[in-house]
Design a protein around this ligand. Structure first.
Ligand SMILES: Nc1ncnc2c1ncn2[C@@H]1O[C@H](COP(=O)(O)OP(=O)(O)OP(=O)(O)O)[C@@H](O)[C@H]1O
Length: 266
């Protein structure tokens, strides 16, 4: 059984190359975690006193303004960051999908990159060998798969990366926004694969600014605000409180706007 528990966890980033004296103005800014400058080294408090208990079957959306702590929380849940204070326990294999380009090598072929990226996401070589034809077909990259990745356009790279990501069997799937720009027809195809991926994942946490996307994949949500969990409840309740209106009322039930790019929203 997979689960993630976090108890009173905080994550601080000490900034060794910033000047404390010039920080007063920044502290009044609207985005980002609190900047403390009491000591000699300024500290950004990205997460503050987080307590969470997530279990198998949870489908959690993560919302909040820029700098609210969503990506930092995902990294804490992935075990990439240790809490500066407090504790965390992760049971299960984590597939962190934060940046589609991570684990890709520009000098090797598309085929080789499929293998490498799959291994990075926790699959075995045997499992990837079984999937490689299906991924190749999905990407529609044809002979380009024999070419080094550096010859690909941005959209072609995204196709490859999405093909691999949506082929894995994750116990814990952590998705950050910014899945990227692909053309409309491919987007629809990727959406179906993403749906299947989420359905076979044990536990999902998904940071995204698109209500339609969140509604499609999540049933609960966490609202992050200045490094705190401001609300953790049903998706509709959280989105309504966060936005100040009920976005579900405006949503077309049968024709959700496909938004795969994470840069919209705010
Ligand atoms: N590596 C780092 N070093 C220093 N500060 C960081 C680092 N990563 C994040 N922060 C700070 O932590 C706070 C939370 O950032 P985080 O990236 O988690 O926010 P976010 O909610 O994901 O934002 P966005 O929606 O803009 O992606 C911000 O104040 C940011 O400046």
């Amino acid at each position: 059984m997979v689960s993630i528990d976090v108890w009173n966890a905080s994550v601080d980033f000490p900034i060794f190359d910033a000047k404390s004296r010039s920080l007063k103005k920044l502290a009044l800014g609207k985005v980002g975690g609190k900047i403390g400058s009491e000591g000699r080294v300024p500290i950004i408090e990205a997460l503050h006193d987080i307590t969470l208990s997530l279990k198998d079957g949870d489908r959690v959306g993560l919302v909040g303004h820029n700098g609210a702590g969503k990506s930092t929380l995902l990294r804490l849940l992935a075990g990439i960051y240790e809490p500066t204070r407090g504790a965390s326990r992760i049971v299960g294999k984590v597939a962190p999908v934060f940046d589609l380009g991570v684990g890709m090598d520009p000098e090797i072929s598309g085929y080789e990159n499929i293998m490498i990226r799959g291994l990075f996401l926790g699959m075995t070589r045997k499992q990837m060998e079984k999937r490689v034809d299906d991924i190749a077909e999905f990407t529609e990259l044809g002979d380009y798969l024999q070419m080094p990745l550096r010859t690909y356009s941005t959209g072609m790279r995204v196709r490859l990366a999405l093909g691999v990501v949506t082929s894995i069997n994750p116990e814990i799937l952590l998705l950050d926004e910014g899945i990227g720009a692909v053309d409309a027809a491919f987007m629809a195809k990727a959406r179906d694969r993403l749906k299947d991926l989420v359905a076979r994942s044990g536990l999902l946490v998904f940071a995204n600014h698109s209500d339609e996307f969140l509604a499609e994949f999540c049933d609960t949500a966490i609202w992050m605000d200045e490094g705190h969990v401001k609300m953790h409840s049903g998706l509709r309740e959280v989105l309504t409180a966060y936005k100040g209106f009920d976005p579900f009322e405006r949503m077309h039930e049968h024709d959700p706007t496909p938004v795969l790019s994470g840069n919209g929203g705010e």
